[in-house]
Every structure is written in C-alpha cells, then in structure tokens.
Design a protein around this ligand. Structure first.
Ligand code: SF4
Length: 539
C-alpha cells in the first residue's frame, strides 16, 4: 500500500500551514506512517490542482484541510471544499474542515472529527492490521514528530520553508463563545522534545521556525496549578538557550499567539518573558493577541478572556521592549490584534468602540504590526453553534458597519502605523521574492505575519533582496533595492521618493557619462534631502 499525504494547508486559530509555512500535521502524519512502515509521499494542494492525475499512483490519500480562519495568501491557495469533493481515489480527510461540515457530508467524504491525530492513528493501525492497537497519539507525539520531520524535503518550496512548531495544546480559559480550542485537552510538550524536533528539522536544512502552535506562548512551561497559569521566565529562557545551542544558524525564530490576560495577571513575570523573546527570538516578531471586541457588553456576553484594559496593558508592555529596530530592518517584537465581528451583543456602537481603541493606541504612539478583522465563522462544537442562524442574521445586518470599520482601520490606522514603524528609506533585509504580477514583484521576509512588499520590476522567485521603503499601501509597502546610478533608467530613478520625473531624466542621462557629475546635480537640486535620497543608491 502506498499513501499520499495531501497537504490542503490549514489555517486555524493556533496553527498555520499555508506555504511557506508547514504545519506540524503532515509532519506527524508522515511520522505515523513511517512508524507503521507504510510507504508514503507528500503532495501539496497546489501540486494536485495542477496535476490531479498524481493521485493515481496511490492506494489512499490522507488529506489535511481546513482554513477555518482564512487569511489572504500570497503564493499558495488552500484546498477548497469543492476541490476536496473532487479529489479522485480512496481518501480519508483530517483537519479543521471537520468543524465546517455537517455529519452527512463528513461521512460522504470520509472526514475524521477534529482534533484528528488520535483518530487517524487508530484508523491507520486498523488499516495496517497492526496489533499494537493501544498506541496512543499524545504519548508518542515526540516519536512521530522526529520520524516525520524528513517530510519537509519533499515540499516543493524546500528549503524556503518555515516550520510551525507545537509547544502546547488547549487553552486555560477555553470559554470564548466562538473558539474551538476547548476541544484540546490542556497539555504541554516537554521542552527537550520540542528542542529535539527543531534540531532534527534543522539537520534537514530548515532555518526558519515559528513557535506558533499554542494558544499563549507566554504560558508555555508555566505553573498551571493557579487559576491563571503563572509564567516561568527562567524556564522559557533556558528553552530558548537550548534552541540556539543546538541550532546556531537559525535565521528566523518567531512566535504566534499570546493571551493578553496572562500579561495583565502577571506583569512582572511577563516582562521577563518579553525580554527573553526580544533577546532570543529574531526581529520582525509578532505577538498575535485576541481582543475580539472593545465593547464591554460583547466581552461579557461571549465570555471573552481579556478586557480592553488587559489588551492595552499588554500592547504597551510589548512596545516598551520590542519597538527597537532589529538587524533585518523590522522592529524586534510588536503586538498584533484580532477583532471578530458577529459576536453576541454586537451593535453599530461596537465598531465605533473598536475604532476608538485603535485610534487611542495610535495617539499614544503604541504600535501594532498587524490588525486582523474578520467575521466570525460558526464552527461545530463552539458555544455559538447552537445559535448559528441568529449569528448569520447579525452578520448580515451589521455588514455595512463591518466594512466601514475595516476600511477606516486600513486607511487611518494601518497605514499611519506603517509610516511610523517603517519610515521612507528604511532598509529591509532578506526579502524573498515570491510572485510577479503586472510589473511588480511581491516578496516577504520570513516570519510571523510578514509584511507584503511590492518591488517594481521582475525578480525571479526565491531571489533574496535588501530593499528600501518608498511608499505605503493599506497593509503593504513598496520598496526598491539600491539602484546602480550608472545603469538605472528614468522609471527606476523616479521611484525614489523626492526625485521628480524631470530630475530622473537629467540624472539618468548625466550618469551614463559621469557618475560624479550626476551626483553633483543631485546634491545641488536636492540640498538637505540629498543624504536621504542617496541612501537609495548603490555605493
Ligand atoms: S482565550 Fe478564548 S479565544 Fe483565546 S484560545 Fe482561549 S478560548 Fe480561544
């Protein structure tokens, strides 16, 4: 029997697997298959889309799917429900997609319920006729993680990948009306095992990692005997030291979720953890935090964990230690905030309160690297599921407020923050070119919520560039690599902020004859602005 692991890419509240990310799921699945000595191959959604006949070579496909909190993706597209239905051959489907489907559809598509790992292991044990039918997933997770890590080499983007690493499961709160995290029993992974997994992936050539598969990084290794787990800064510091000791040439080490309530409950301990993150993780790092709503009534009616004050406090603390610019040009560590529309108790005023909250942060010069605004997806097993119809009506009724809020935030908050975080001329290093469209190459640095950068001109995929910021979109920026004065054309010179078309023409013509003369003209024309503009030129 030969099995295809079809990665339809997951996007869950606490797990990302859309390229360049690889979620732990295909890695664990490969580990289970290797453990059972079942031959397998890894295929991505994009590969299957391009060539569905690929699956004919296999007896079974294990399809991982479920972009249940979908975002915008640059260079890959998660498998849609329709595509999933059309996949040829024998299959078993796992992942968050189970939460979006009713029973009949799940049965028709052979979908295992979420969380799937134990169920899949049982399925595979039965399939292989293995007598060790008592093997439990969680007690063997470390074995599967190591055995399956080699799968990254089969990824079409290899080695330009960032591995999502799991540190713990579940949420100590687990009561928010829309959230699925309560489905996971609260369990921590042994830090030594996490380091071993990172070390093994590193030995396979991976250099980018995100400690992203948990609901709250601040409380990884925390003391869970309290009502609210108390962070353990020393343990986290040692964990980071061990990663670097074993993998000294890591290029990206970032994190994902942080619960602002943990920071507000334990400010002293959290301050030490934030300092560790700033010191031991790499710049451009983002702590995604759930505010969901700045309306007290919505917070109360949906049992949300953090108050507006908790979130403001956490934003301030992270800014205090993380705002400084790092070696790749990005601030070292900034917060991000999530808003969810459509929750219980929402009114038109909710959107005003949300906007006021953001404006207040901007006025206080407190920065957010990203603001995520989405409409709630009502998933099975959540508290909102029983009132699905009501939520749909609310979403429809408030759609105009939602769109207005989103537009206002993009225009008046996001862009303003970007201007302050990355002033014109800022040098951003190691930008990976990914997609070319209508004369612009779009690239990103590796990391948690990387900024999309539009670079005029065509650059081959996987070219790495250092670029300087020239302008701002709503949630993206434009930038150019340093220009060669002798060979730059008028169009390229014009992209430098402060250089008019007329001046660009004159400089381009002059530089062909004499670089020095062209620089003299620039100096004379630009005067005080010369220093800033010359930073865009190759020395
Ligand atoms: S705090 Fe709420 S939203 Fe966040 S993981 Fe826990 S239950 Fe889910």
């Amino acid at each position: 029997m030969k099995v295809a692991i079809v990665d339809g890419y997951v996007d869950e509240p606490s797990c990302l697997g859309v390229p360049p990310y690889v979620s732990p799921y295909p890695r664990y699945i490969k580990g289970m298959l290797n453990y059972l000595k079942i031959p397998s191959a890894y295929i991505t959604a994009d590969q299957v889309r391009e060539k569905p006949a690929l699956l004919r070579n296999f007896d079974l496909s294990i399809v991982v799917a479920g972009a249940i909190v979908p975002g915008k993706y640059l260079a890959a597209k998660p498998l849609s429900l329709e595509e999933l239905t059309l996949l040829p051959g024998e299959k078993v489907v796992v992942g968050g997609v189970a939460l979006e489907l009713e029973r009949r559809e799940r049965e028709r598509l052979n979908v295992l319920d979420f969380p799937f790992e134990g169920r899949l292991l049982k399925y595979l044990l039965e399939l292989s006729g293995d007598k060790k039918a008592d093997v439990d997933f969680w007690s063997n997770i470390e074995k599967f993680a190591l055995l399956g890590s080699e799968v990254v080499k089969e990824h079409p983007h290899y080695p330009h990948l960032i591995c999502e690493i799991e540190t713990y499961r579940g949420c100590y709160w687990g009561k928010c009306s829309f959230c699925i995290e309560k489905l996971h029993r609260l369990r921590q992974r042994d830090p030594k095992a996490v380091v071993s997994e990172i070390k093994t992936l590193y030995s396979h050539g991976i250099r980018h990692f995100r400690l992203g598969r948990q609901t709250d990084f601040i409380t990884y290794l925390a003391d869970f005997s309290k009502d609210f787990p108390r962070p353990e800064p020393e343990k986290l510091r040692n964990f980071h030291r061990a990663i670097w000791k074993n993998c000294p040439e890591i290029k990206t080490l970032h994190l994902d979720n942080v619960n602002p309530r943990s920071i507000a409950e334990y400010p002293e301990e959290s301050r030490e953890v934030v300092k560790t993150i700033v010191e031991y993780q790499t710049p451009g790092n983002v702590a995604a935090m759930g505010l969901e709503s700045a309306d007290e009534s919505v917070i109360r009616k949906n049992n949300l964990c953090s108050s507006v004050e908790d979130v403001a406090f956490a934003v301030e603390l992270i800014n205090r230690y993380g705002v400084e610019r790092g070696y790749n040009g990005m601030p070292k560590f900034l917060p991000g905030i999530n808003f969810v529309a459509g929750l219980r108790g929402e009114s038109g005023e909710t959107f005003e309160l949300n906007y006021e909250f953001l404006k207040e942060l901007l006025n206080r010069n407190l920065f957010l690297r990203r603001i995520n605004i989405r409409q709630v997806k009502v998933l099975r097993h959540t508290l909102l599921y029983g009132e699905k119809r009501k939520v749909e009506i609310r979403l429809k009724k408030h759609r105009k407020y939602f769109l207005q809020f989103k537009r206002k935030v993009r225009e008046s908050v996001d862009r303003e923050m970007l201007k302050k975080i990355l002033p014109v001329g800022t040098l951003l290093k190691d930008v990976r070119c990914e997609v070319f469209e209508k004369g612009i190459t779009f690239g990103r640095q590796f990391g948690s919520y990387p900024l999309v950068i539009g670079i005029p001109g065509k650059y081959e995929r996987n070219t790495f560039l250092d670029v300087r910021v020239t302008g701002y979109g709503m949630r993206s920026i434009t930038a150019i690599p340093p220009l060669d004065l002798e060979s730059a054309n008028v169009k390229e010179l014009e992209t430098i902020p402060g250089v008019s078309k007329k001046l660009a023409r004159r400089i381009a013509a002059e530089a062909r004859v004499s670089r020095e003369r062209a620089l003299e003209i620039l100096k004379a024309e630009l005067r005080d602005d010369f220093e800033r503009v010359s930073a865009f030129l190759k020395v």
